[in-house]
Design a protein around this ligand. Structure first.
Ligand SMILES: C[S@@+](CC[C@H](N)C(=O)[O-])C[C@H]1O[C@@H](n2cnc3c(N)ncnc32)[C@H](O)[C@@H]1O
Length: 280
């Protein structure tokens, strides 16, 4: 494996930051070396400087995307951490349905965004909760669930909705597997009825999110941990602008908004926390 020099590491840290906002720590050079090694081997690079020059010369930015796919951590699983999905089922959706159902004659709209959705397990977990909560009444609502990620690979895999045995055994109860997935050649594929409830698209959280519109619920979990403090501030400001005034924000179990932004107010329900915008 080709070793990275301290100077090359500095250059790559800046490059990775510029393309996806991930801030690498000074002791993470092994991550660059190991994760980029297969791409460098394929391109027959002789050093990281050689690799960097090839990346910069790639006008179609295909290598940039390959680096993003290699550097990002896609760890995820169905119903991850459980409590956000309990909150969704028992508190957030019932409250929202109540609030949105008051307008006579207009089907209530519920818009949900899973920002940085990785391979889609979070998105399909949300769809399953909605399906189970609303049952046959689901057709009376205008529901939109959007999953976005910076990685082309993640967006493609999410859209296809195929999971291997290991992946479906992580967090997905067996009865839900039987109800919502069809056995396929290489694993389990999400059924069309759930697939039809969701959509996926590419979105770098550091670029404008205006085109996505406004959401009632935003899941943005386990991605801000890779960003610097000032970038977390910018991210949550952006999420605030995309959230309805009475909307709900859910962040990761290891994440907190304390000391980052006072745009949101923590709300406690049972033993879980969700966030709502501070009322001015
Ligand atoms: C650890 S996964 C989290 C998946 C899911 N939200 C969960 O909690 O299980 C982090 C995801 O963030 C994505 N990501 C990293 N930087 C990003 C950025 N700047 N914009 C959008 N997505 C990003 C990665 O591609 C990866 O799929």
């Amino acid at each position: 494996m080709i070793k990275i020099t301290p100077k090359e590491y500095q250059t790559f840290c800046k490059y990775v930051y510029d393309i996806c906002g991930i801030t690498l720590a000074p002791n993470q050079s092994y991550l660059i070396e190991t994760r980029l090694a297969p791409i460098m081997k394929r391109l027959e690079c002789t050093s990281f400087s050689d690799f960097y020059n090839k990346c910069r010369a790639d006008r179609l930015k295909k290598m940039e995307q390959e680096i993003i796919d290699a550097i990002t951590t896609n760890e995820t699983y169905f119903f991850r951490d459980k409590s956000p999905f309990d909150l969704l089922q028992h508190k957030i959706l019932p409250d929202l349905i109540d609030k949105r159902s008051n307008r006579a004659g207009i089907p209530p709209t519920i818009k949900i965004w899973s920002a940085a959705c990785s391979f889609g397990q979070e998105v399909y977990s949300i769809a399953i909760i909605l399906k189970e909560l609303l049952g046959s009444d689901i057709s009376k609502y205008r529901i939109s669930i959007v999953g976005t990620d910076i990685s082309d690979d993640a967006v493609a895999r999410s859209s296809y909705g195929l999971y291997n045995q290991f992946e479906v055994e992580r967090g997905l109860p067996p009865n839900k597997l039987r109800l919502y997935f069809d056995q396929a050649d290489k694993g389990w594929r999400i059924k069309d009825e759930l697939r039809a409830m969701v959509s996926f698209r590419k979105q770098n959280l550091f670029q404008s999110i205006a085109a996505l519109g406004r959401f009632d619920i935003i899941f943005c979990r386990n991605v801000a941990i890779y960003f610097s403090q000032p970038d977390k501030v910018k991210l949550y400001e952006k999420l605030g602008s995309a959230l309805a005034p009475d909307g709900y924000l859910l962040i990761g179990a290891q994440e907190s908004l304390t000391g980052i932004t006072d745009l949101f107010e923590p709300q406690r329900y049972l033993r879980s926390i969700f966030y709502q915008k501070q009322q001015k």
